[in-house]
Design a protein around this ligand. Sequence first.
Ligand code: PXP
Length: 264
Amino acid sequence: MRLGVNIDHIATLREARRINEPEPLEAIAYLRNAGANQITIHLREDRRHIDDVDVAKIIECSPLPVNVESSIQPDIIEYLCSLRPHSITLVPEKREEITTEGGLNLKVKTDQIAKIIQIIKQADILPSLFIDPHSEMLQLAKQIQCPKVEFHTGRYANLFLMLHSNLALTKHSIREFELSRQELHTLLTQEIKNLAQMAREAKDIGLFVAAGHGLNKENLKPIISIAEIQELNIGHSIISRAVFVGLQRATEEIIEQFKYPKFY
Ligand code: PXP
């Protein structure tokens, strides 16, 4: 299992004070020491955390491969292709959202997405599509010749939180999932089954499968038990945990779980 660590929130903290610390670039040595395989960053259209200078510096200096998440906005794609990161993951983006909500709908602007995939490939960069784990999206990813997909695990993570934490009792309760424990359990079991089935289907049609969003050391086990999922990209939970135990340790805690992938 490969681990990509999303370091956007280091820049979020910097932007909260609008000065020059913490510096996202500094994170990379700690992540490498911990055994992470990839650095993931998102150059958002509103530049709310990582900015153009961060992306250029990180791609130039990182000893680990850099995966940049981007919307399908042409000027951002053109800028990223000029920097030649290891991979570019196309994600949906809404200005007002707190984080990426749901996967990219490949039924909309399919030709434009297909063209961007070709542009990325021509720049010798690995393209990836952040999609919901649905068969229709997999078939479209294959059709537009994208070799890699990343499943959005947000629904899984939200169900898990509502069932296994006190979130429902807080102001951040997820209204959509204010259900009985039995109902949450059923939906969560179905979600894990679907992720496993879609990962198999993706592998069968020749796609490399990654997953990410909302993953943490509590909810990781069922996901890493799915053998076809070969990469995880984790951000918020690692940066949150790093506040207490440091970035290197927080990353090691995730990697330690990879040694025991079985979920009972
Ligand atoms: N993968 C992708 C494509 C994402 O957009 C995000 C969120 O920025 C992540 C992984 C990481 O999600 P989280 O911060 O919830 O771990």
